[in-house]
Design a binder for this molecule. Structure first.
Ligand code: AMP
Ligand code: MG
Length: 407
């Protein structure tokens, strides 16, 4: 049995980003850049007004009211035709180019427009507020210059990056491939969720759960159907699953007489990296790799109990998936919270205990739930966090600080 940290190190050592593929911008959300992206424009493309108002010369503005002749109206998309000369101003809208000669923009709310016999656009009166050079102007290329790299390899693309990529004209991008993840629930006792189980049967809950977990973690789930506890059934389905980047086997990795997964995986050439981790729930976790035609397949044997499967997925599979997708391998973070009730922790394994994390009077509190063990998904559905108790039996007092992993 190895520690959680050692298990994570072993997994980290085996993962590297998958191949690069080109995707259209509209399909790039959630992907990780495999190339540096440079801008093909200056942004903004010109000195730009950030308010609706008047472009003026600071030198024209006195301490009291100042009246200027409006020589032009410039809206976004226009090109200014006139310079602002002494005594003149241009009416300007947000996003429009600042005309030559002007060095500040005064917001419309601080001005008064006056009709004038001498000028078709009239005059503007500034109401004595101080005006400083550069006010309400964003300079050309202030946010980026043409040719400048604006996003680097390894950057995860969120909606805001979609906007930035559109701004710099990138409609196709090189990104790392998402991992394909095959899910193989195993067990003679399993029936599909649409069936009514007999007294000795249970429904396959891990299948639906793991397929969903894969999708949420950014992978492409592949359903293999239920494997039965015999070598032929497992071998057939596992070989199919080994075409994917990751094969998740659920069940059949503990010490029972029908726990055949490790032996069948070995027959298929999958090399065991570790088996059994010092964690509760999840101790039987199995991990191995298959080197196949220049690509490396990762195989996780998750314990069959649903909560064990989910905890192992969160702790071990999801960081591996992120690393295959081009992100750094980062173990799931824990953060401190105060225990809301006393808790008796028993055993020599690190325990991840379903709990409810909440805020009260500015403090982060966490309450262990009345969890009935690793088969109890129902109680887990009320949890939004797992308290991580170190190995060793001890009574924890309400108010003590513990580490929690959010779900
Ligand atoms: P195993 O790891 O195969 O020994 O299974 C441990 C426990 O998890 C047993 O009680 C199984 O019936 C249960 N189990 C295994 N696979 C599933 C599954 N796909 N869905 C729900 N429970 C499962
Ligand atoms: Mg089983």
């Amino acid at each position: 049995m190895i520690s959680i940290d050692d298990a994570l190190d072993h997994i980290a050592f085996q993962v590297r980003p998958l191949a690069i593929e080109q995707v259209p911008l509209a399909k790039a959300l959630g992907r990780v850049l495999a190339e540096d992206v440079a801008s093909d424009v200056d942004s903004p493309p010109h000195d730009k007004s950030v308010v609706d108002g008047y472009a003026v010369r600071v030198a024209d503005v006195g301490p009291g009211d100042t009246t200027l002749t409006i020589v032009e109206e410039i809206t976004a998309g226009d090109v200014p035709r006139q310079a602002v000369t002494p005594g003149a101003a241009a009416r300007i809208m947000t996003g429009a180019p600042v005309p030559p000669g002007a060095d500040a923009v005064v917001m419309v709310e601080q001005t008064q427009c006056i009709t004038s016999a001498d000028s078709s656009l009239g005059e503007v009166r500034l109401r004595g507020q101080p005006v400083v050079s550069g006010q309400n102007i964003t300079r050309r290329a202030a946010s980026m210059r043409r040719g400048e790299v604006v996003l680097n390899v390894g950057h995860e693309l969120r909606p805001l990056e979609m906007g930035l990529l559109a701004e710099v004209g990138r409609t196709e991008l090189g990104v790392f491939r998402r991992p394909t993840v095959a899910v193989l629930p195993t067990g003679n006792e399993l029936v599909s969720p649409s069936e009514v189980p007999s007294a000795s049967q249970i429904r396959n809950s891990n299948g639906a759960m793991l397929l969903a977990a894969v999708r949420r973690a950014g992978g492409e789930p592949v359903e293999l159907g239920i494997g039965r506890d015999n070598r032929d059934s497992l071998k057939r389905r596992m070989s199919e699953g080994l075409r994917c980047d990751i094969l998740l086997v659920s069940g059949g990795v503990s010490a029972g007489v029908l726990d055949l997964a490790p032996a069948v995986l070995a027959d298929l050439g999958v090399r065991e990296v570790f088996h059994k981790v010092n964690i509760k729930p999840g101790k039987p976790l199995w991990f191995g790799v298959l080197e196949a035609e220049g690509s490396r397949k990762l195989v996780f044997g998750l314990p069959g109990n649903p909560v064990s499967s989910l905890v192992c997925f969160e702790l071990f599979v999801s960081p591996a998936m992120r690393a295959l997708s081009g992100l750094p391998f980062t173990p799931r973070a824990t953060t401190p919270a105060r225990l809301a009730a006393d808790f008796e922790q028993r055993g020599d394994r690190v325990a991840y205990f379903p709990s409810k994390l909440y805020e009260e009077a500015g403090a982060r509190l966490v309450a262990p739930l009345a969890w009935k063990g690793s088969g109890d998904l129902r109680t887990l559905s009320a949890a939004n966090a797992l308290i991580c108790f170190p190995a060793g039996s001890r009574r924890y007092q309400a108010g003590e600080t513990v580490e929690v992993m959010e779900l």
